[in-house]
Ligand binder design. Structure first.
Ligand code: F6P
Length: 556
């Protein structure tokens, strides 16, 4: 039920986080935990590796290699209760306006609700509209996949270019790469996001406009990068197709701004809409996923939505101590706020998930990179950590050195699949043995005694010591499918929400992107033309602009 007035957080939030009894208890508890080694914790409890695990909807989470005890979990769950997480989850699922600064409901969960569900926003059940849109997307996808939707000159569409940025790009490109195994191999899918002309040029240089369909994705249809690339796309198409009427067959839009779409010249009949209660970084299973649906087909797309929904149900209903997103979110709070870990490394041992860390960067950091609470007070504690990562095993030959022996604590999320999609001899076992070994090495390390016992000379021994005690989660899934991808993404979405609730911040706005955008608009005209413009920036920005203009306008 949507409320007419913005929700400014539950009564529970009136108390500051660091004054909460559970927070204070966690501070005391941390003092007893900070020097405890995982070696000791495992030695004390032979069943720890089975006990500190949870499983839901086909995702197995092992969090036994976190620097915790049962007491830590008990206190973290108490903190979640004190912060009103249960009520906040209910408020989100009921369509309350929990995005307080934009006065919006946050209902990405409605995008994957079954037809039988009822979710009311401003007195209207949104579920029928969600399914009507999905059906339209499905019909269009089938037309393109079958060749029934032809280009202006009658040729079959073979190339799909998604133009969008942020949430209108990262979800689609991640999902396409993740589900490439299930995709149409006789079609090309590319993603243009950057205002850097190279992005567009490289995406189009070897394809034929007569066989190319552009999907212009922009919730607002005002985003500079997307509109610039959309104009470049139209010019590129019309150079060959020659006739404005061709736009109808080669351009569709996904947007909440029908006026902007038609001003650009795309017939609103070729527009797939969505709603202001879907945030950009939470939109990959809205019409923003049109390229995904064309790639993998409507049935697979619906299977992905079913995975999202299964995790939604789990998050909404499971007790906190067995609730995967709650556990992962609260463990992040533990590492971030007590162990002072500044980052989280996401390490999928699955090549198809190569864009998953990049996707998570927007999801986590645009959501929780905030410095004030819901009521505008400056926080007195750390909020969202930096998320980063690369697929294994490549990262092992790059940055793992720092994770193992550096001076920073980097909690890791390892993600692995038990069945590979591409079996070649025993390569998958090799891949997975690396995942298990890395988590083991991080947790237990190698002591000075062990190094010496190997006959390492004394001068070299310190270099070969691994102190261990470096925390990680391991997520194991049977197989990468559309459904399990949906489960995984929803798991992180709700973990982000859990963290944001504890920090009492608005995880659904993104004011931090505005200032740079506005300044760029001021700078852009100062870079044009041959006459030196008067510059009124700081001395550094002024000098950089002059240097740029000098070289730009000089000889090659
Ligand atoms: O970077 C800010 C942002 O608003 C993101 O939140 C969003 O995903 C992206 O820009 C793209 O916005 P739009 O879909 O409106 O073009």
């Amino acid at each position: 039920m949507s409320s007419a007035t913005p929700t400014t957080g539950s009564a529970a939030q009136a108390q500051r986080l660091t004054e909460r009894p559970a927070w204070k208890a966690l501070e005391d508890h941390y003092a007893t935990m900070r020097n405890l080694h995982l070696r000791q914790l495992f030695a004390d409890d032979p069943h720890r590796g089975e006990r500190l695990t949870a499983e839901a909807a086909g995702i197995y989470l092992d969090y036994s290699k976190q620097r915790i005890t049962g007491e830590t979990i008990r206190l973290l769950m108490r903190l979640a209760d004190e912060c009103g997480l249960r009520e906040r989850i209910a408020a989100m699922f009921h369509g309350e306006r929990i995005n307080v600064t934009e006065k919006r409901a946050v209902l990405h969960t409605a995008l994957r609700a079954p037809e039988t569900a009822q979710i009311v926003v401003d007195g209207v059940d949104v579920v029928p509209a969600v399914h009507a849109l999905l059906n339209r997307m499905a019909a269009f996808s089938l037309q393109v996949r079958s060749g029934e939707w032809q280009g202006y000159t009658g040729k079959r569409i073979r190339n799909i270019i998604n133009i969008g940025i942020g949430g209108s790009d990262l979800g689609p490109v991640m999902a396409y790469e993740a589900l490439r195994y299930y995709s149409r191999r006789d079609m090309i899918f590319r993603f243009v996001s950057n205002v850097d002309g190279t992005d567009f040029e490289e995406a189009t240089r070897d394809i034929d406009p007569e066989e190319t369909l552009f999907i212009i994705c922009s919730k607002t249809f005002t985003t500079l990068e997307t509109l610039t690339n959309a104009h470049a796309a139209r010019a590129w198409s019309l150079r060959k197709l020659g006739d404005d009427r061709a736009v109808r067959r080669h351009f569709v839009a996904v947007s909440a701004n029908a006026e902007g779409v038609s001003r650009f010249g795309i017939d609103t009949e070729n527009m797939f809409g969505f709603w202001d209660w879907v945030g950009g970084r939470y939109s990959m299973d809205s019409a923003i996923g049109l390229s995904t649906m064309i790639a993998i087909g409507p049935e697979n797309f619906r299977a992905m939505l079913a995975g999202f929904h299964a995790m939604d149900q789990h998050f909404r209903n499971a007790p906190f101590a067995q609730n995967l997103p709650v556990l992962m979110g609260m463990l992040t709070v533990w590492n971030n706020n007590f162990f002072d870990a500044q980052t989280v490394a996401v390490l999928p041992y699955e090549r198809y998930l190569k864009r998953f860390p990049a996707y998570l960067q927007q999801l986590t950091m645009e959501s929780n990179g905030k410095h004030v609470t819901l009521d505008g007070t400056c926080v007195a504690y750390q909020t969202g950590p930096i998320y980063w990562g690369e697929p294994g095993t490549n990262g092992q030959h790059s940055f793992y050195q720092l994770i193992h022996q550096g001076t920073k604590l980097v909690p890791c999320d390892f993600i692995g699949f038990c069945q590979t999609l591409n079996p070649i001899d025993s390569q998958h076992d090799l891949l997975m043995s690396n995942l298990f070994a890395q988590a083991e090495a991080l947790a237990f390390g190698k002591t000075g005694d062990e190094v010496e016992a190997e006959g390492t000379p004394g001068w070299l021994a310190p270099h070969r010591v691994f102190e261990g005690n470096r925390p990680s989660n391991t997520l194991l899934v049977k197989r990468l499918t559309p459904r399990t991808l949906g489960l995984l993404v929803a798991l992180y979405e709700h973990s982000v929400f859990t963290q944001g609730t504890i920090w009492d911040i608005d995880s659904f706005d993104q004011w931090g992107v505005e200032l740079g955008k506005a300044l760029a608009q001021r700078v852009a005209p100062e870079l044009e033309g041959m006459d030196e413009p008067p510059l009124k920036h700081d001395s550094s920005t002024n000098a950089l602009i002059r240097h740029y203009r000098h070289l730009k306008n000089g000889p090659l």
